[in-house]
Design a protein around this ligand. Structure first.
Ligand code: GAL
Length: 449
């Protein structure tokens, strides 16, 4: 496999998110986010919620290494409470300075900053007002997005509005943010508000950004196994699961409304839809960020809204499952490309995250042998090539993640990085075998086997 197989215009990047890497939860005027509160109340396994991987201080070294590995793009996210305190405050100049420095260092390294406006770390104060269940959040979020576009739009040309609404829905269903989330009604109401918020944010950003800026967003995107059902019952179940886990987050922006016909549970959504909402929820993105960590499964009934099931898919590949329990099967990615190739929500797709969470070990010889991760990336990239050969427009791949970081409630384990974070030794960064594999792929003519 060679870099040239993907074409000159293909974007190669690494991805991360503010809470997972920055640390410095109260530095320079930052207010707490819901994730700082989960850290404070002990909901994050082990330790680390407060420290991240100290990207707040070590970003120059990290950006240098990302460049050395051969990547051309660095995806980060902006922390709302770092930039706007409790959520509706004026821009915090020190918080904005931090992102200025990161963006400038990325550009100076010859890489392109790709910026996610929101990757789950909503200000705690807004959460306490009702979070995504409160309709007023639509305006609050749109204003935040607009402020970000105004401040960084002179240098950032690639934007993603919101990372994985489906995961936020999943967190609500699991009661992670408190018992209030436990009713499907609350989740669906929040999902509707997130759809409205993203579209409104997209419009404000488009008005504030120069013409050459591109506005995308990212979603959990996958298909349910079996990929080609042979009986009508399984096909119906597959549609019902995909509607609830994926399509309700994509279809409204594409002007398709909600997939009510596919899943009766979605009827609960109707009471939250006001006149004109389906029109307001439309927004044509320049690209859709695909984040597929494995297939959904249509073989059994799904008990909850929005949560991604993690049962084993039959077949050899599926026997490898990530440390968060997701079966690995790159065919899910290929079928996802096929399903969404002509979806009206965006003209092209970029894999804005892909990767593997494992229990990597730093060995005495200083190496981290993460063969499974290399295998996962190779299979993912083969799926990208297969899609391109079918004429499907996929033009970028971002590895999740550059370095091991805080995997939300799971804390420091599993490790998702291609670079090992040595938490016991001053957070040293040590490229794993997979980082060297990417480096060979991206910087040598011979590529990788
Ligand atoms: C995604 C999420 C990332 C990261 C990744 C690995 O759903 O956007 O922040 O945690 O999963 O599990």
């Amino acid at each position: 496999m060679k870099r040239s197989d993907f074409g000159d215009d293909f974007t190669w990047g690494v991805a991360s998110a503010a809470f997972q890497i920055e640390g410095a939860p109260s530095a320079d005027g930052k207010a707490p986010s819901i994730w700082d509160e989960l850290t404070r109340t002990g909901k994050i396994a082990g330790e680390g919620g407060d420290q991240g991987i100290d990207f707040y201080n070590r970003y120059p070294e990290d950006i240098e290494m990302i460049k050395d590995l051969g990547f051309g793009a660095n995806r980060i996210s902006l922390s709302w409470p770092r930039l706007m305190g409790t959520g509706r405050e004026r821009l915090n100049p020190k918080g904005a300075d931090f992102y200025d420095r990161v963006i400038d260092a990325t550009l100076e390294a010859g890489m392109e900053p790709w910026v996610t406006v929101h990757h789950w770390d909503i200000p705690l104060a807004l959460w306490q007002e009702g979070g995504w269940t409160r309709r007023g959040i639509v305006e609050d979020f749109a204003r935040f997005a607009e402020v970000c576009a105004e401040r960084f739009g002179d240098r950032v040309k690639k934007w993603m509005v919101f990372n994985e609404p489906a995961s936020v829905a999943g967190h609500l269903v699991l009661g992670l943010y408190g018992r209030k989330g436990l009713h499907p009604n609350t989740t669906l109401r929040s999902v509707h508000h997130i759809n409205l918020a993203c579209a409104e944010a997209g419009r404000r950003m488009r008005a504030a950004l120069p013409e050459d800026a591109e506005i995308g967003t990212t979603n959990v995107m996958s298909v349910a196994y079996p990929y080609e059902p042979t009986d009508e019952r399984t096909a119906r179940r597959k549609r019902a699961i995909e509607a609830l886990a994926i399509d309700m987050h994509l279809d409204p922006a594409g002007g398709l409304g909600y997939p009510f016909g596919a899943n009766r549970l979605l009827n609960l959504m109707k009471r939250h839809i006001e006149d004109g909402d389906l029109e307001s929820a439309r927004f044509e993105y320049d690209f859709m960020g695909v984040q597929c960590y494995g297939p959904l499964v249509a073989l059994r009934k799904l008990p909850v809204v929005g949560a991604v099931p993690t049962m084993t898919v039959p077949g050899a590949e599926a026997r490898v499952s990530s440390a968060i329990g997701i079966p690995q099967d790159a065919d899910a990615l290929l079928w996802t490309f096929r399903k969404y190739a002509n979806h009206p929500v965006a003209k092209r797709m970029v894999v804005t995250e892909g990767g593997f969470g494992g229990q990597d070990r730093l060995e005495p010889d200083g190496r981290v042998r993460d063969d499974i991760r290399i295998w996962v990336y190779r299979r993912n990239l083969e799926a990208v090539l297969a899609a391109k050969a079918e004429g499907i427009n996929v033009d970028g791949y971002f590895a999740w993640s550059y370095a091991d970081n805080v995997e939300w409630v799971l804390g420091r384990s599993p490790r998702f990085g291609i670079v090992y974070t040595d938490y016991d030794n001053d957070y040293r960064r040590i490229p794993k075998d997979s980082a060297k594999w990417f480096q060979r792929l991206l910087t040598t003519d011979a590529g990788v086997d």
